[in-house]
Write a protein of this length. Structure first.
Length: 459
């Protein structure tokens, strides 16, 4: 990449303050490359870079920056530069930036927008948080269904410059209600004098402006479109949402789910930008809950104190038993959470899922149970640690491991579905949470079998 080769030169020119040569060096840099460069510079140096790049580079580069860098940079730029950047930004990216600001700063920046752009910004900010309305852009091409192909192509040439995409053209009636959409390729191949309504097929997909963002992600995956129209409940076309916004949204959602699976409340900023106090608020509550949960493990062990006193050898296998159940539960919950996120399954599939997981758990439990049994049996031939009742101990371990793995698999698969049914985020049933629950119940299962199988011998 040219930017990588020229970066040392650019850094040297910045240090020297050689503005003329710096402008020449940055002339052909892409916005993504400029954003990467700015992330390594101080706010003052970033402002120098924005002073030398052209207007188009400036707003496109600003859109690529992290939110914290954007906020600091605005403090360094001249008033006119800030005004141009905010007005030039695409409405969806500007909305994403403005909604993160505190009210005082938001009101200050809204005053810098032109009357038209302020109206657009306030309209988008007025939609519910996490709704499609916050992501859509009003920059699209919509034409009347009565127009001919030639009229539409002429209109695109005159008004399509600022459109977010020209791959798809939206067809509306006289009142602006969505009728259909058509690919630009189909228009170019059609006869000039044919009314566009004669080549429409009525097979379009639209989003409701109040739909949740997750709905948009799922529909984009199924529809294979570069953009989709957004309408209100009555069918009035309000804007479009493009695939680049959906890809970014999907990445954010995946990151949030992964963080929750790790028993961390979702971070709102990049890891390195999160302060100590915020990091503690995100992580401490879950650790406290898990710690309290593990206290029940200690309580369960104290309940079986007599059994442990009589057969200390049983205590040797506690880590083996509880980890087997926790691992199987974590496996199942992770698979179900991901399948829910991808739309492969729904809560209504619970019966099919539990049947599948019971069979899987039986086989997994059998495999690990046999290994546990073989472990005790093998050790018996090399040491007398298990005494004369080694076979009963081996059977106890084998059955306990089998049962705990089966139980962990069932718990891990059903908990995400239960939370989803309650309207909660399935990712909340994180691997550590499932593991903690199975630890407690696993001990009860283990010592219950030990009490039955070893009664009259070790116990």
């Amino acid at each position: 990449m040219q930017s990588e080769n020229n970066k040392p030169i650019v850094l040297e020119l910045l240090e020297k303050g050689d503005i003329e040569n710096l402008e020449e060096q940055l002339e052909n840099w892409l916005p993504q490359e400029l954003a990467e460069l700015c992330s390594e510079l101080s706010s003052t140096e970033q402002a120098i870079v924005f002073n030398v790049i052209d207007r188009e580079q400036a707003y496109q580069t600003f859109e690529e920056l992290e939110f914290s860098i954007q906020v600091d940079l605005l403090e360094e730029l001249r008033f006119r530069q800030v005004q141009l950047i905010l007005n030039d930004m695409s409405p969806d990216n500007r909305t994403a930036f403005l909604e993160e600001l505190e009210p005082e700063r938001l009101n200050k920046l809204l005053k810098l927008l032109t009357q038209k752009e302020r109206r657009v910004a306030l309209s988008l900010l007025g939609y519910p948080e996490d709704s499609i309305g916050r992501l859509m852009t009003p920059d699209y091409v919509a034409v009347n269904q009565e127009w001919t192909v030639k009229q539409i192509i002429d209109y695109i040439r005159s008004h399509g410059e600022n459109s977010e995409t020209l791959d798809v053209i939206y067809i509306v009636d006289e009142k602006g209600y969505l009728v259909d959409d058509i690919r630009i390729g189909d228009l170019l191949l059609a006869e000039d004098d044919i009314p566009v309504k004669e080549i429409l097929d009525g097979k379009y997909i639209s989003l409701l402006v109040t739909d949740d963002e997750e709905v948009a992600v799922k529909i984009f995956k199924k529809s294979n479109r570069v953009a989709l129209p957004v309408a209100n409940a009555g069918g009035l076309l309000l804007g479009i949402i493009t695939v680049d916004d959906i890809l970014e949204l999907a990445q954010d959602e995946n990151t949030e789910d992964i963080q929750k699976i790790g028993a961390v409340e979702a971070l709102d900023e990049p890891y390195m930008d999160v302060g100590l106090a915020q990091m503690l608020r995100k992580r401490a509550p879950w650790l406290i809950i898990l710690f309290i949960g593990e206290m029940f493990t200690a309580s369960a062990m104290s309940f079986f104190e007599n059994e442990i006193d009589k057969a200390v050898v049983l205590a040797l296998f506690i880590p083996l038993i509880v980890s087997s159940g926790g691992n199987s539960g974590s496996q199942a919950s992770t698979l179900i959470i991901r399948a829910l996120a991808l739309g492969e399954i729904t809560v209504m599939d619970w019966w099919r899922i539990i049947r599948k997981e019971i069979v899987t758990g039986l086989y997994l439990g059998l495999i690990l149970g046999i290994i546990g049994f073989a472990r005790v049996t093998t050790w018996h031939f090399f040491t007398d640690i298990y005494g004369p009742h080694w076979l009963l101990i081996a059977i106890t371990i084998g059955i306990a491991v089998f049962s705990v793995v089966l139980w962990g698999t069932i718990m891990g698969s059903m908990m995400p579905l239960f939370l989803k049914k309650l309207g909660l985020d399935p990712a909340t049933s994180s691997a550590p949470f499932i593991a903690t629950m199975v630890d407690v119940t696993g001990l009860v299962i283990y010592f219950s079998f030990a009490s039955m199988l070893l009664k009259g011998t070790l116990l």
